[in-house]
Write a new protein. Structure first.
Length: 250
């Protein structure tokens, strides 16, 4: 099975189109999305439509959840963006049938997906929607022990927008350190697949992974960032900072 795994699109249509085109060239069998299809970015409806049509599994992210309910723990810019996103989903997305289709898709998205020995979540094995697992968490022994105790072999996650591999031996490996290919071994692992629409590792290109047999390959995909940023700048309810950060990969 050759599986593409994407996450954290955040309403960035140009990035999503670029990644989907790249995936189409890789002869994958299926595509999983680990959540946060919407939030921050200027094209929530279009991104949802593509994800509905082109993924086998899509999980619930915290921004997806925030659009349906009251956003919790969001900063002011993220909160403004999610309220604007909610308005777009309800009033700017075509026919009533199309609108309902998107809401139904979000409302039925699972919090996690198991395909033993693999686990797929947005946040973490302990809190699938909301918990962050940052590279520096390798120094938090209790947290790591708890997370790895919930994993059979490997867990794929997003949420932080920082790609890399966490090992049970309290190590975090960046994609560059593995030459962008991680070979699965006996040790348990967690892999952050990075972000399609808003990378935060200093590289502005979209990031996703392909899972195949005993290896995980990290891919970076260029897209026209200025197009997305300009849409953000032209939308008063989206902070300019959101456009700046996609240019800087932070």
């Amino acid at each position: 099975m050759k599986r593409a795994i994407i996450s954290d699109i955040h309403g960035n249509l140009e990035a999503l189109n670029g990644v989907l085109a790249h995936i189409a060239e890789q002869n994958v069998d299926e595509t999983f999305c680990l959540g946060d299809v919407i939030g921050y970015g200027p094209n929530p409806c279009e991104c949802l439509d593509l994800i509905i049509d082109q993924t086998k599994v899509t999980l619930l992210g915290n921004h997806d959840q925030g659009a349906m309910f009251d956003p919790e723990g969001f900063n002011s810019g993220a909160e403004r963006a999610i309220f604007w996103t909610r308005e777009q989903l309800e009033n700017s997305g075509g026919s009533r049938e199309q609108i309902d289709r998107r809401w139904d898709f979000l409302g039925t998205a699972a919090r996690l997906h198991r395909d033993d020995p693999w686990l797929y979540v947005h946040g973490s094995a302990r809190n699938p929607v909301n918990e962050y697992v940052f590279p520096e968490d390798i120094y938090n022994q209790k947290k790591m022990e708890k997370l790895f105790g919930l994993i059979t072999k490997g867990c794929f996650q997003g949420h932080t927008h920082v790609p890399g591999v966490f090992l049970e031996s309290a190590e975090f490996i960046t994609p560059d350190q593995t030459n962008h290919v991680y070979h699965i071994r006996d040790e348990k692992f967690m892999i952050n697949v990075g972000s399609v629409g808003q990378p935060r590792d200093g590289d502005s290109r979209s990031c996703y992974v392909i899972q195949e047999d005993d290896q995980i390959t990290f891919h970076r995909v260029e897209y026209d960032i200025n197009v997305t940023a300009d849409k953000i700048y032209q939308t008063s309810d989206l902070d300019n900072f959101l456009g700046d950060r996609i240019k800087e990969g932070r």
